[in-house]
Design a protein around this ligand. Structure first.
Ligand code: MCA
Ligand code: AMP
Length: 525
């Protein structure tokens, strides 16, 4: 289907099917609250004594607590010289202190750069060099030391933001088009790509979810996703604070803890690997008490969908999104939740199939272009020549790199990927980044990295290595482990005499097959 063909969400706006009374789309204003911090502050003012956040230690914060503590942290950040528009690295496990720091930054107009808690020194240095943050709020001592070495001028502090007090700056006055979040993805070229998301992008996406999933102040969300990706931070945390309900933070995913929490909660968001573990857990049926279980970040198989229904009594609602767009498509809350489909475009989202059936989207949730480092400063280059510009079509639609199909009744299915991407346990791994690291080892002549199917992880990162004499896979993997966050490390390594290549000398990934001998490394499944 050519560009412009197969448009879903055009004049008829099928997304109204997510809303109970099929309103006129023109009456739906996803940005009416102005910004997330402004909306949150209104909730806390209206109901100061209402609990909003449960720390993993079981202690609660009310709306008034969150308003007061975040204003105090905003004062300390301003006292350290940070001003609206400055970038702030943020990394930590789930805790109320982490949430307070994040909310303080958002309220002050700082741009939060989320960092994986398990990132390597190399990965942290790459982000610091590219994003050029002014300050870093980092829970792990290891990260604080590395950040200080990478940029001695950086203000580095822990998640309690133990800086001297200062008067709070103007709060909750951010413009809709001001940048709010700058997550990083390594991308198909192996180069870091910063994804600037504006306050408008963040608000539009969670407002759409609030409407589509009827997320209200009566909801309590169990949140055990990492808070350095859009799924946990931009959907789970932001959405819960917008709903006016509560969010119960878990520090990491433990199926028993989730099932124990299910009796007092209403919602759970997870990746398929979490559901695989939940169906296998004792007491899986306790999940039935929740009003909504959502899955995303990776495809959920029809088999797993059926297992969750059989073991947990839940018809999982699968949805589809990206860091660059936050949430795009969701199965309906009411109406059929179709296994193997990600559902209908969310309110505000227009979707079409472009060349080779690539899913293309536009809407108020879609970012404006990647941030590229330029001679000492970074600039947004949504339409500049180069890799980043190819992210958009000439008529302004974002190219997702996912290949889709749309059923006669408007349900979207993801049938493949045009981009080279491995999704393992809901985390994205770009083969090029792993290959670039492995190729630096003197015993590796060349290497190709692919995902191989795994029942638990979806895909497992697998390396095919053309080895030099003396190649020791264990030593090479140990060395790669210092360069890469744990989820990016190859879990399977195959030695091959020669990588399959086409006439141009390019590796043909589809032709990579495990040789007969058992692989080296520690398979995860
Ligand atoms: C942990 N390990 C992994 C992964 N997670 N290996 C590959 N892929 C992974 N995802 C490694 C650990 O380092 C450890 O290695 C070994 O596997 C066993 O660890 P385990 O304790 O079992 O793992 P875990 O800590 O329980 O983590 C599994 C998890 C986690 C809970 C499923 O991966 C997770 O939270 N995934 C969610 C990711 C996410 O939020 N993605 C959203 C991005 P070793 O034994 O060598 O030490 S996508 C997004 O944001 C868009 C917008 C969207 O659509 O949502
Ligand atoms: P990220 O770049 O980490 O934001 O990951 C976005 C990618 O995750 C998308 O482009 C898809 O390839 C994939 N993804 C997210 N949700 C789903 C889903 N429900 N089914 C299949 N793939 C998904």
């Amino acid at each position: 289907m050519g560009e412009g063909g197969g448009e879903v969400g055009g004049p008829a706006q099928p997304w109204v099917r997510h809303l109970p009374e099929a309103p006129d789309p023109d009456d739906v204003d996803l940005l009416s609250e102005g910004s997330l911090p402004a909306a949150w502050a209104r909730r806390w003012d209206a109901h100061p004594d209402r609990p909003v956040l449960c720390d993993p230690d079981g202690s609660w914060l009310t709306g008034a607590d969150l308003a007061k503590r975040s204003a105090a942290v905003a004062g300390r950040l301003a006292g350290a010289g940070l001003r609206a528009g400055d970038r702030l690295l943020l990394s930590g496990g789930a805790s109320s202190a982490f949430v307070v720091a994040h909310v303080a930054a958002m309220r002050s107009g700082l741009v939060v750069v989320p960092v994986n808690t398990a990132c390597s020194k190399r990965e942290l240095e790459v982000v610091i060099a590219h994003a050029r943050p002014r300050a870093a709020v980092l829970e792990a001592e290891r990260l604080r030391a590395w950040a200080g070495e990478a940029d001695p001028g950086l203000v580095v502090t822990d998640v309690d933001v133990g800086l001297p007090d200062g008067p709070a700056p103007v709060l909750d006055a951010v413009a809709s088009d001001a940048p709010a979040l700058l997550p990083y993805t390594s991308g198909t070229t192996g180069e870091p790509k910063g994804v600037p998301l504006s306050h408008g992008n963040l608000l539009a996406s969670v407002e759409a979810l609030r409407l589509a999933w009827r997320w209200t102040e009566d909801d309590a969300l169990i949140l055990c996703l990492p808070l350095f990706h859009v799924h946990g931070l931009g959907v789970g945390l932001h959405g819960a604070l917008l709903s006016g309900g509560t969010v119960v933070l878990h520090r990491g995913f433990d199926p028993e803890a989730v099932l124990a929490a299910a009796t007092d909660a209403t919602m759970f968001f997870g990746v398929p690997t979490m559901y695989t573990r939940l169906v296998a857990a004792e007491g899986a049926e306790r999940l039935a008490g929740l009003r909504l279980c959502v899955s995303g970040s990776a495809p959920m198989s029809a088999v797993l969908h059926a297992q969750v229904l059989a073991r947990c009594g839940q018809v999982v609602l699968e949805r589809y999104g990206m860091t660059e767009t936050i949430m795009l498509v969701s199965n309906p809350l009411e109406g059929e939740r179709r296994a193997g489909s990600v559902g209908l475009p969310l309110p505000g989202v227009e979707l079409r199939l472009g060349d080779d059936d690539e899913i293309q989207v536009r809407g108020p949730n879609v970012f404006g272009g990647y941030l590229e480092a330029q001679a000492g400063k970074a600039a947004t280059t949504g339409t500049a020549p180069g890799t980043a510009a190819r992210a958009f079509t000439p008529d302004g639609w974002f190219r997702t790199g996912d290949v889709g199909a749309v059923d006669a009744d408007g349900y979207v299915r993801i049938v493949g990927r045009a981009k080279e991407l491995i999704i393992t346990g809901g985390y994205n791994v770009y083969p090029r980044e792993v290959e670039d690291v492995l190729r630096q080892h003197p015993d590796v002549a060349d290497v190709a990295v692919v995902g191989t199917p795994s029942p638990e992880w979806g895909e497992t990162v697998t390396a095919y290595v053309e080895a030099r004499t003396g190649f020791d896979p264990t030593a090479v993997l140990a060395w790669a482990s210092e360069q890469l966050a744990p989820y990016k490390r190859p879990r399977l390594v195959h030695c091959v005499d020669a990588l399959p290549r086409n006439g141009m000398g390019k590796v043909v990934r589809a032709a990579l097959r495990p040789p007969d001998e058992p692989p080296s490394g520690q398979p995860t499944t």
